[in-house]
Design a protein around this ligand. Structure first.
Ligand code: BMA
Length: 319
């Protein structure tokens, strides 16, 4: 019974915005195939999305869209905001799936994104104050690696990065550490895919980690392969506040999965892929921005305190 009650709570956590999808290729100021998987941040009072835009070669770049309320009247940069550096072999086939975090010490935003190199996907880092000019710090770890985000502050003097290397064909989430954002080590497995569950084939970070008094709330995507293809859903875990390599809780069930028509049908069907969140502490509202079916951008809202209650009711993890 307790299991069923928790599943009901999980099911009711998020409400899809009635105006979804909020962004599609039709809104774009220049030709695109698809716009999806956006990073999100609050910039002054605005919501800023750094959207993955796929062109008609199948290569992606990143473009900023801004809105006062985070739902409507998006102002989109007239040209790509961050494009592959054609002189760099790491970025030969484009930039994908960014995540944004505010680095407290540097007083700058850190954008981690996937650079598609000839040798496979790698995680790269760029720093910016205004999303107009970027300092590119290059690739962080060898391929194949994706789904990365920094934490906003150091732990015992070191920066921490969640990422998702592919090893022996397996896709688990790892955490690594660095004294300077350049040299990474002390790599540790963090969240593993789980046999038989909805997240049995792959897991990877969703949006940036969200700091709460109980710990870091960690949304992640999980994949199950079926005879009809992969299904991408979203789950919730909680990491220790001062030792984020420790997983405290992890939900058994997903909290958001493909259900609406725009999530079920698209370039890649049955995909809900969050890559950004904005928290409005004053109203306890969490806006989760996601790519829907690798075609459009959608948003779902939740109460932050309900998410915390839910994750605190999830099974404890010994790690
Ligand atoms: C993942 C990433 C995402 C994509 C998802 C679903 O592996 O490549 O960019 O949205 O697959 O196709």
């Amino acid at each position: 019974m307790a299991e069923l009650l928790r599943q009901e709570k999980a099911y009711e956590l998020f409400k899809r915005y009635h105006g979804n999808p909020i962004l599609s290729g039709d809104n774009w100021p220049y030709p695109t195939n698809a716009v999806f998987n956006p990073a999100a941040a609050k910039l002054n009072t605005e919501t800023l999305l750094l959207v993955r835009v796929e062109d008609m070669r199948g290569f992606s770049h990143l473009t900023v869209a801004r809105s006062a309320d985070g739902f409507t009247n998006w102002e989109i940069d007239p040209e790509p905001t961050l494009e592959a550096d054609q002189s760099s072999r790491e970025e030969k086939w484009g930039l994908e799936d960014p995540r944004i975090i505010w680095l407290e010490e540097q007083k700058q935003f850190a954008v981690t994104y996937v650079s598609f190199s000839e040798g496979g996907p790698v995680v790269s880092l760029a720093i910016t104050k205004n999303f107009k000019t970027f300092a590119r710090l290059g690739s962080l770890l060898p391929p194949e690696d994706k789904d990365a985000c920094l934490f906003p502050r150091r732990f015992n003097g070191r920066f921490a990065l969640i990422h998702r290397p592919i090893v022996r064909g397996e896709a688990h989430m790892w955490i690594s550490f660095s004294p300077d954002l350049k040299h990474w080590g002390d790599h540790r497995p963090l969240i593993m895919s789980r046999t038989a569950f909805w997240d049995c084939h792959r897991v990877g970070l969703a949006c940036q980690p969200i700091e709460t008094p109980q710990g870091w709330m960690l949304f992640y995507h999980g994949v199950r392969m079926t005879s009809a293809g992969a299904i991408y859903r979203v789950g919730l875990a909680l990491l220790d506040l001062e030792a984020p390599w420790r997983v405290l809780r992890r939900g058994d069930e997903w909290v958001l999965g493909p259900h609406a028509p725009y999530e079920r049908i698209g370039d890649v069907s049955d995909v809900v892929f969050p890559t950004g969140a904005v928290v409005h502490k004053e109203t306890d509202q969490l806006n989760l921005y996601y790519g829907a079916a690798d075609s459009t951008v959608a948003v779902a809202t939740a109460s932050l305190s309900d998410c915390i209650d839910y994750v605190m009711s999830c099974p404890e993890v010994n790690s």
